[in-house]
Design a protein around this ligand. Sequence first.
Ligand code: PMP
Length: 397
Amino acid sequence: NRNGTTTTTTTVKPPPVTLQQSPIINLDRGDPSVFEPYWRKNGGKCTITISGHDSLSYFSDPNSVCWYMEPELQEAIRRVHRVVGNAETEGCHVVAGTGSTVLFQAALYALSTSSSSVAAEPMKVVCAAPYYSQYKEQVELLQSRLYEWGGDAETFDGSAAPFIEVVTSPNNPDGSLREAAVANKTGNGKLIHDLAYYWPNYTPITRPADYDIMLFTLTKCTGHAGSRIGWALVKDVEVAKKMTTFMQITTIGVSKDSQLRAAKILDVVAEDFGYAGNDADKTFFGESRKLMAERWEKLREAVKDKKDVFTLPKYPKRYCNFSGRYFQPAPAFGWLECKEGCDASALMKAHNVLTRGGETFGVSSRYTRISMIGREEEFERFIERISGIQCVDEEDE
Ligand code: PMP
């Protein structure tokens, strides 16, 4: 080049013509169709009947902080956590949501309006990068005066004012197990733990999680994303009340039809444990863990010969209290890392594979996220396609 130096850039090599014409594989979204075959086999157990005279009232349980929550759902949630051992529910209030997405917003509202928060400036909301891309979008959507996006928790100075830290564990996108990055260091931070993936399908259950606000969702637990049921386990009754108020003002509650169906599905999943004679492998969680482990094995095998193109994170084996054995996490997403200078999602796109690039998660475009929880055919097609994916180094003189 003009300076007389030589630089090396990595470019996306155009795929062979046959691949250019090959069908698009969409691994961008985290739509949990992976468990559909299990539910096709076992779906009959979950059937409920809702008559014309059911679900007329807005109200469900006037004695509960979350008055629109069906007692059956509350009981089923507590039970499934007891059986799986992934969260301490004793002393927690349960707040239901239309998925956990809305509960994240309810928690932001509750935490940013509590008496100890300084209201003069919007509270910063931070999360260690790579972070779930939707947090930033949700925080910024309404340009609230209560809170605003503060970016990467790792580089955030939490000493100045109260702030909110979101901890996602296992993390979306990279599957890492996490603790707060900054909140516990300064005493100014309020925590929201998003534990959407803390189920034996994806990760060993090492202990019951026990935090101030824990978000869970049926979407990732059983795969029923379309039912739109999520829940928060909340220690402080005032926070639980404010979250309920948020739900009341924005949606006047959550579909009772969905709640009843979710209660039934969670009951079936918890009862499974008893029927299977305490053999965790034969339960929904055991079978789905096996499925996820098989997918990961196939992915690792396919990527093995592609070290020059991309690598995957390694996860140490841990003892799972639920299944009574050591196993390696099998996260809902694969987090691919390409070499310096390579745009990972552009590379995949050139091969007709849609993924979500690192920049959406607050990190470099060298990374991209692929869904591991989509349909079987799509996943298999992706595995076949991996062998043809390559980056090339070009000498730019
Ligand atoms: N948190 C995380 C980390 C997620 O990945 C998702 C779904 N992609 C959600 C929350 C929201 O799930 P839902 O609204 O379907 O409950």
